[in-house]
Structures are given as C-alpha cells and as structure tokens.
Design a protein around this ligand. Structure first.
Ligand SMILES: *Cc1c(COP(=O)(O)O)cnc(C)c1O
Length: 446
C-alpha cells in the first residue's frame, strides 16, 4: 500500500479548487452521460483513504463500487502487476497464452462453492461476464430464455441492460433490448406485502409459477440472480428463496447462475455470498473485487457446462489481460493473508451495531426503515418516518452531508432511497468508527 496516512483531513471545501478546475475541463471534454458521485479528483488512494488533488483525505466507504476490497494500492497487487507490466503487457490469450490466466482459473476453481470439476473463462468487465454466462448456458441447454429478478442489476451492455430491472438511469432511451429476457419476483423482505417472514416461500412460489406458466421451464436456459442484490438496494433475498429457486433450476435442467460480481471475493464475509445458504451455483460470475481495481471478470462453473461452447466461441482481445491476472493473484493472496472474510464480518458487527443505535436512539431514527446487508456490504433504507414510503431526498441529503465532511458514501436502490456502505475490507477500525460518527452527525441534522 502506498504510504498515505490513514487519517481524514480536510484542507479545503469538498470539492476543492483544484478539483473544481479539473471538473471544468472534464465537463468540456467528457461525455455528459458519464456521471460521478462526487467530483473530487483523486491523487492517490490506499487502505481506507482517498487523497484528492487539493490534499484532502476522504474516508472511503465506497471502494470504487465494491472493487478495491484489498485497498486501491495493495502491496501484493502493485508488486505482481508491476512485475508483469515490465515482462509483457499483452499477447492476447487466444494468440499465445500465459500462465497467469491459468493460475487465476485454478484459484477460481478452488475458491468458488462446490467440489465438482470446474473451469473458467476470463473477460474484462462484469457485464461481459454476464453476457458470456448467458452464451454458455444457451450453448449447453440449447434453450433461449433467460430469467432475471425484480431489482436485479447486471450491467450496461445491450443484453445486460435488458436484464437489469431499473429504468432510470440505466435503460431510458437505450432500447430496444435483447429478446427472451423475463423478470420474476424476488423476496424483498422489507417490502413484501405479507411480511418478511412469508417472503421467501411466497416469492419463490410466485417466481416458479410465472416461469412454468408464462415462459415454460423447458424453454429456460438460465436463471440469473445476485445472492445479495447490489444496485437494487442491498436486498438479501429472504431465507428459503435462493434454495427454492436453485432446486427448481436443478429439477428442470436450467443453468443456475449466481451473479457475484458485487457480492463476491470476501465482500459479505465469505468468499461468495451464496455460501450462506449452502447454494452451489452451476455458473458464477465475478468481477469487481477480483483484482484489486484492475479490470478483470470471470465465468466459473461446472466443467461440462463451461465446455459446451465450441472452440473459438468465447474470448475477446483483452479478456484475462496478463497485468489484470497478476493483480487478481495479488488480491487473492491479500485476502487469504489478511483474512479479509474475518475483517468483513467485523465490519458488519461494528456497522450494524452503530446503525441500530442510531435507529433506536436518534429522535428521527425511524427514518431508517431497514438496516441490512452482510459483511462489508451494509445499507440503510430511508423512509418517511412512521411509514415505508421511500425517501430518496433523505438519502441524497445524507450522502451530500457526509461528502462535505470528507466521508465518501454511495446511494442505490430501485427507489434511490438506500445509503450503502462498501468500505475497503482493509480499513482501520478507527476510520470505520469515524465514518460512522459522520453519518450519525449528518443524520442528527437531517
Ligand atoms: C457492477 C455489476 C455488474 C456489471 O459490472 P461492470 O463491470 O460494471 O460491467 C453486473 N452485475 C452486478 C451484480 C454488478 O454489481
């Protein structure tokens, strides 16, 4: 890790004058469709700190959207990627292969759930992994339909836009979308009409009924779900939902795909979030936390399914770039050595404890409708006090107040009313608590 002091420091307003200058250049040169949560320009980052070009040091509760779980300059990532960079930057694995790619696939086989024979293919982005999981499932089953869920997020390419639930900002004006994508209910406990305790059984029954009656199970190639739904609001499907869907997939020859792009690689306190209910997916998509910030993604799964696509049918110029593979091996090494699963569990304990205290003790605590998530993937859902009516304005105001105090937080959720916390797993406990102090102050002033 670069030697950035692990301390919050504010020396200018947020954003400062140098960031404002860069932002003016950015507005002139960068397409308006590419947004930024906080236009503070980064100079360096590591551990739990982002240092900006004005010398401010922000506490990072975002990890570049769950990517820099090992920090943004982890020693093993920097060492291995730098060495690889000096050796060679690219050959294209489809032209002349290299060991790093194979080693990442070996690691994926070892770390993902299940002791069956596994194989992997590597790509660049999460969306590309999801696209390829669909290609592989279709090639294996010789069927076409793809089933996704309410509140799901799978990316911004044409197929994955169609698989994503939320219209604004992801889909509006960008259609038409790929055919043969069907959406069914998910067990969103907090908002399930008959209560969270019924959500698992009722939502799975509804989903299965829609699949059998409206699509036809025999037409379905793949069912794809995030074991903890990310962009949709850190929704943990109510207990029983995932096992019921996985069992239905198995009984009907459907490839069950866990999209662990956000929830994987120690984020939820285990290597993969689907381990929580003993789910063994047929295929699993990974990206984000996999390589300490370098662009890499993967599809991993049962060897017989992964081998269904004909030779030359999968790939891409940059897929499994050697520098990104070296970064992934460094990130995995760091996760093992620092027990980042244990760290994520400790982050959950601290965060949930403090957030529950805010909910019960602050005069406006009932604006926190729900506290949820696992490990270092924690969120609060904000509502108009005394109701379950989503309060996106409160989430936005809280995020803004935190930003001006030097704490980077993100929002999410179908209704835009969820404040989500994704600190790097290597964050110090003092910084974690200081971040929570800022949230508490912002909340008290809401
Ligand atoms: C971020 C994300 C994606 C898309 O990944 P990109 O790298 O942005 O293409 C897909 N699925 C899930 C669950 C994600 O969180």
């Amino acid at each position: 890790m670069s030697d950035i002091p692990q301390e919050r420091r504010l020396v200018t307003a947020i954003p400062g004058p140098k960031s404002a200058e860069l932002q003016a250049r950015r507005v002139a040169a960068v397409a308006a469709g590419v947004g930024s949560t906080l236009p503070v320009f980064t100079a360096r980052a590591g551990g739990g700190i982002i240092e900006d070009v004005d010398g401010n040091r922000l506490i990072d509760f975002g990890s570049g959207i769950a990517v820099t779980s090992v920090g943004a300059s982890a020693e093993a990532v920097v060492r291995r990627a730098s060495a690889q960079l000096a050796d060679f930057t690219h050959t294209c694995f489809m032209v002349t292969p290299y060991e790093g790619y194979v080693e990442v696939c070996e690691q994926l086989a070892e770390l993902t759930p299940g002791d069956h024979a596994k194989k992997s293919a590597l790509f660049n982005s999460g969306a590309e992994a999801v696209e390829n999981a669909v290609k592989i499932a279709r090639a294996y089953t010789k069927r076409t339909a793809v089933v996704v869920f309410d509140h799901g997020y799978h990316g911004r390419t044409n197929l994955t836009m169609g698989m994503t639930a939320k219209n604004m900002p992801y889909k509006q004006g960008f259609g038409p979308f790929a055919p043969e994508v069907y959406r069914v209910p998910v067990a969103y406990g907090y908002r399930w009409p008959t209560g969270a305790e019924n959500a698992g059984a009722e939502a799975s029954a509804q989903a299965i009924d829609e699949i059998t009656k409206q699509i036809g199970a025999e037409n379905v190639a793949a069912i794809i779900i995030e074991p903890v739904l990310g962009e949709g609001g850190f929704i943990e499907p109510a207990k029983g939902f995932l096992p019921a869907i996985a069992r239905f997939a198995k009984d009907n020859g459907i490839v069950f795909v866990a999209d662990e792009i956000q929830s994987g690689f120690c984020r939820t306190g285990q290597w993969f979030a689907c381990e929580d209910e003993g789910i063994v997916p047929d295929l699993i998509t990974t990206a984000k936390g996999i390589a300490g910030g370098l662009p890499l993604s993967a599809v991993t799964g049962r060897a017989e399914i992964m081998d269904a696509a004909h030779a030359g049918g999968l790939g891409g110029t940059y897929g499994g770039n050697p520098v990104a593979c070296a970064g992934a091996l460094g990130a995995i090494e760091t996760m093992r050595e620092l027990d980042l699963n244990g760290k994520a569990k400790r982050i959950e304990e601290v965060m949930k404890g403090r957030l529950a205290e805010m909910q019960s003790k602050l005069p406006n605590g009932d604006a926190i409708g729900d506290i949820r998530g696992r490990g270092a993937m924690i969120a609060i859902e904000l509502v108009k006090p005394g109701t379950k009516e989503p309060d996106a304005a409160a989430a936005g105001a809280l995020a803004k107040a935190c930003h001006s105090e030097g704490l980077l937080v993100l929002t999410c959720g179908t209704y835009g009313n969820v404040l989500r916390f994704l600190p790097p797993l290597v964050i110090g406990e003092d910084l974690l608590n200081e971040g929570l102090d800022i949230i508490e102050q912002a909340f008290a002033q809401l």
